[in-house]
Design a binder for this molecule. Structure first.
Ligand SMILES: Cc1cc2nc3c(=O)[nH]c(=O)nc-3n(C[C@H](O)[C@H](O)[C@H](O)COP(=O)(O)O)c2cc1C
Length: 194
């Protein structure tokens, strides 16, 4: 299904090095006619890093939306009961958020958005970005791959020599993965080398 006209939650978590490429992908999502609701994890709201200031990133993502950004668990809570989204993209998704999602923890706005949205039996798409994807988080990837309504943007080892446990999703596969997930399918191949 085409994303044009869809309501896409864009949940941003603290893999700061990916923000510029995720931002370009979200621009393309809006250019293709989707309406986004930005949702920010607590770390994104509080950490300035060498990849930019928190306030600046929040502004540029929020400027892509007509909907006010979601900053708190209270603000995320209506996403389920008011049926605000067709699909939720967690991009980037840290190892931290991935582990919590896989284990039923709901202590950030992003996780509250996912919980509320999943109760409506609708798709969540994960853009993986973690240095321990093939380490302590591999079991969580496996759990989520076997979970109803959870899909992945295809991922691969981005630096097999330098960071052998790291895996990151492919930015150019975000929109195709959303389109497949809207039809209830995982975009394949889900493991795609860099
Ligand atoms: C500069 C910087 C870069 C980071 N990059 C990543 C990353 O790429 N992947 C990841 O899983 N965690 C990364 N982290 C760690 C997360 O930000 C940290 O685990 C945080 O608690 C995540 O919270 P959140 O998932 O609620 O956003 C980074 C932290 C910093 C300060």
């Amino acid at each position: 299904m085409n994303i044009s006209g869809c309501r896409v939650g864009v949940a941003v978590t603290g893999s700061f090095c990916t923000f510029s490429k995720i931002y370009k992908a979200v621009q393309e999502i809006t250019a293709q006619g989707a309406k986004i609701i930005p949702i920010f994890s607590n770390s994104v709201q509080s950490i300035d890093s060498r990849f930019g200031k928190s306030a600046d990133w929040i502004k540029v993502f929020s400027d892509l939306s007509e909907h006010p950004p979601v900053f708190t668990i209270q603000e995320a809570e209506p996403i389920g009961p008011k049926n605000l989204l067709d699909i939720l993209l967690i991009a980037p998704c840290t190892g931290n958020t991935l582990a919590k999602l896989a284990n039923g923890v709901t202590d950030t706005p992003v996780l509250m958005a996912a919980k509320g949205h999943l109760r409506n039996n609708k798709p969540v798409v994960i853009f993986l970005s973690s240095n321990d994807s093939l380490g302590s988080n591999l079991k969580n990837i496996g759990l989520l791959m076997n979970s109803k309504n959870i899909y992945f943007v295809p991922f691969g080892q981005d630096s097999p020599e330098g960071k052998p446990n790291s895996m990151v999703s492919h930015t150019e596969q975000i929109i195709p993965a959303l389109e497949e997930a809207l039809d209830g399918r995982q975009l394949q191949p889900v493991v795609k080398p860099y």
